[in-house]
Design a protein around this ligand. Structure first.
Ligand SMILES: Nc1ncnc2c1ncn2[C@@H]1O[C@H](COP(=O)(O)OP(=O)(O)OP(=O)(O)O)[C@@H](O)[C@H]1O
Ligand SMILES: O=P(O)(O)OC[C@H]1O[C@H](OP(=O)(O)OP(=O)(O)O)[C@H](O)[C@@H]1O
Length: 217
């Protein structure tokens, strides 16, 4: 399928953020087709809304937006900190809230830890964090089930997302540092921001009004 320059291309993250992001767009009066609720399509056009949606893995959304194949997108702050793509972050959507934390086994003794190993799905974010703290660490990149690492002796600590805290608790880990809050953000390709400024400004204004409205409820 070739890009349709008339439609604003929006990169949406599949998975956890998706339903909340769709709800936000609907509240902003974008008439999204029913395919959003039931289909496995990866490209969904909504000519009524003047938009084409591409459904991507959450970690890939900034890549599509940086390369300009999507004009705008929705991405977690965690992903933006990890990927450091050349995109504008224009709005905090305040959805899919969670936070990034360092955790370990309750028996973990930081003073006895000379060359700490840190397991994470976010190697760049973890590495900048410990560099800023002035601590030298070895980062071990994993793709999921991060909580396994300290239990089976692969790492001393983990850097991961916490939401309810249930995964840490059920795996006998404790949080030792809260790093930063995470919410989803609206991101924009810098060139699109100039060439499609009217459409993008309108979209940002409409969504911002919903976000503000929800905050004041
Ligand atoms: N409890 C949570 N765990 C992970 N991500 C969360 C959580 N709560 C909100 N989020 C947000 O959701 C995004 C991840 O969504 P999701 O888990 O669907 O994708 P994913 O990590 O690519 O999943 P998978 O690799 O399991 O397919 C994160 O970038 C983060 O901003
Ligand atoms: O605090 P909680 O509410 O328990 O949520 C946090 C957990 O959810 C995420 O894992 P996910 O379910 O995405 O699985 P993964 O380990 O395969 O990434 C995250 O990596 C934590 O493990």
């Amino acid at each position: 399928m070739t890009p349709d320059s008339k439609l604003l291309t929006v990169a949406m993250p599949k998975g956890r953020i998706f339903d909340e992001a769709v709800a936000l767009l609907r509240k902003a009066d974008y008439p999204l087709p029913p395919e959003f609720d039931e289909s496995r399509k990866l490209i969904i056009d909504s000519p009524e809304a003047g938009m084409r949606f591409i459904l991507a893995k959450p970690m890939d959304v900034p890549t599509y937006v940086e390369h300009g194949v999507a004009d705008v997108g929705v991405a977690g702050k965690d992903v933006l900190l990890e990927e450091k793509r050349d995109v504008y972050e224009v709005l905090d959507l305040k959805i899919s809230a969670c936070y990034m934390a360092v955790a370990a086994l309750p028996t973990y003794n930081p003073k006895a830890d000379i060359a700490p190993k840190i397991a994470s799905k976010y190697p760049n974010l973890a590495s900048s964090y410990f560099r800023e703290q002035g601590e030298q660490v070895e980062i071990i990149k994993l793709n999921g089930s991060i909580e396994l690492a300290p239990i089976i002796g692969l790492a001393d600590r983990i850097v991961d997302i916490v939401s309810t805290g249930r995964t840490l608790k059920e795996n006998g880990l404790v949080e030792i540092e809260t790093m930063m809050p995470i919410t989803s953000r609206f991101i924009v390709n810098p060139v699109s921001y100039r060439t499609k400024s009217e459409q993008i400004d309108d979209m940002v204004e409409r969504i911002a009004a919903v976000v503000e409205g929800e905050k004041n409820q």
